[in-house]
Design a protein around this ligand. Sequence first.
Ligand SMILES: [Zn+2]
Length: 164
Amino acid sequence: MGKNDYGRTKWTTIQEEERKLKQRRRQLMAECDHRDPETGKLAIKAIDDRGNVRCKLCGMEFNSVMVPESELNESIDTLHNAIQQIRSYSGRKEDRNLIVAFGKLDADIETIAEQYGRVIRDPESRFNKKKKKKHKHNDYDSFGFYGADSVSYGSGGGRSKGWR
Ligand SMILES: [Zn+2]
């Protein structure tokens, strides 16, 4: 019997370790603001010429090109619809936790447009309000221009709206 049992035990042990690692990674990403804790400077590095970046601290990958307002609102609408459909068709008793969690998730998602406007589209007001913050204004610029410098928007369209 030993052989199979041994293999199985090993496998589940590895699975458990993988689960724990994944959890640690998620935790790291959740707490990281992608800035060097000492200097406050952005800790992101370009991984292509389309504005995609990776955080040197937590490994999170994302695109640094400014998201057009209409695209953001559409995405939020889509998620809102999907979330409310899921909540409507979930089992009342067995999915109670999901119904509540997704209810909160939807409310959180709705704040993205507002926060995006405050932090990304209108950074001046943010930096004026929070002068005590240690980040310098050009930290934002280096971030913001990341995508704008490297990405061609083509002619017309409102995509570059918001860039200085
Ligand atoms: Zn990070």
